[in-house]
Design a protein around this ligand. Sequence first.
Ligand SMILES: *Cc1c(COP(=O)(O)O)cnc(C)c1O
Length: 360
Amino acid sequence: MSDSSPRFRQVLGTFPPYRPGKVPAAVAGQAHKLSSNESPYGPLPSVAEVIAEAGHGVNRYPDNGAEALTAALAARFAVPPGHVAVGCGSVGVLKQLIESVGEPGAEVLYAWRSFEAYPPLTDLAGATSVRVPLLPGETHDLAAMAAAITARTRLVLVCNPNNPTGTVVAGEQLSAFLDQVPADCLVVLDEAYREYIRDASVPDGIDLYRDRPNVAVLRTFSKAYGLAGLRVGFLIGHPPVAEAVRKTMLTFSVSSIAQAAAIASLAAEPELLERVDAVVKERDRVRETLLADGWTVPPTEANFVWLRLGGHTGALAQACERSGIAVRPFAGEGVRVSIGTPEANDAFLAVAREFPHRRP
Ligand SMILES: *Cc1c(COP(=O)(O)O)cnc(C)c1O
């Protein structure tokens, strides 16, 4: 017997497994999970009912083509069904996209810091990440991103609003940027938080993709629609892009329960968007309170706030933990805090008020 372990691809040695947001340990009976940008609300009764009903059919495989969900999405966004592809969360769709374009020598370009799933998915596909630092105001530096495009660039990711900073790219800047990207390079607008945007200058990616064959939009049921635990997201793009996503999908990776719940959520959209409105009100209240307390908080159009704390990042996360609150620290950079129920937000604001280090 040899004592060496099975041989894995070298790339697996270059990054740790994905670290999900922590689940808080209760303190004095109170626990608040503000670490993963989830909806603080459970499923609507109408959606819970559909989920329970779908449970009776799980001896059968799901519809691999997700025909009913695809049709519902096509109708909702006024696009042809051939422009829609679903996946196991929008991270699943993103993995499919990166696998579709990534290979040794190919570059994937994105802002940094941005969504922490981008680097490992790029590495796994054998492609190379090209990261363009955010501007001092925590927004995308689109001029620098345009300048970083080379003949090797296969995919550009624009996270709008950006996770974890909450900042947005406005319409004219984004269209001007898209006009500079070569037609054979795919641009993906990651709009996981689209429903929380209230700034009218931010374009809807679905308007931008229509006359641009190399632009596609990623959306998810995980955040505003409250289905993070079921794993369903989708892409809207032109047929060659949608087809690449269908080809790279792990067979049956969107469960029948997820498909049914997503359809029911589209049907209950007005009710779900009322909840989003409540979160947006809380977001604005949290940010204004922090500003009044002397914090620097970039304007946010998502369901979280970003506090750049540099070396004090860990200290704030620990202070929150001592109060039963889990937030998302990025070591040495800052803390992302999801907007929860008013009670959870108050608990966080109380910790923030006592925290002495408000700057890096
Ligand atoms: C949360 C998030 C997603 C969505 O992930 P799912 O796989 O759909 O749960 C996608 N992109 C960004 C930037 C996110 O923050």
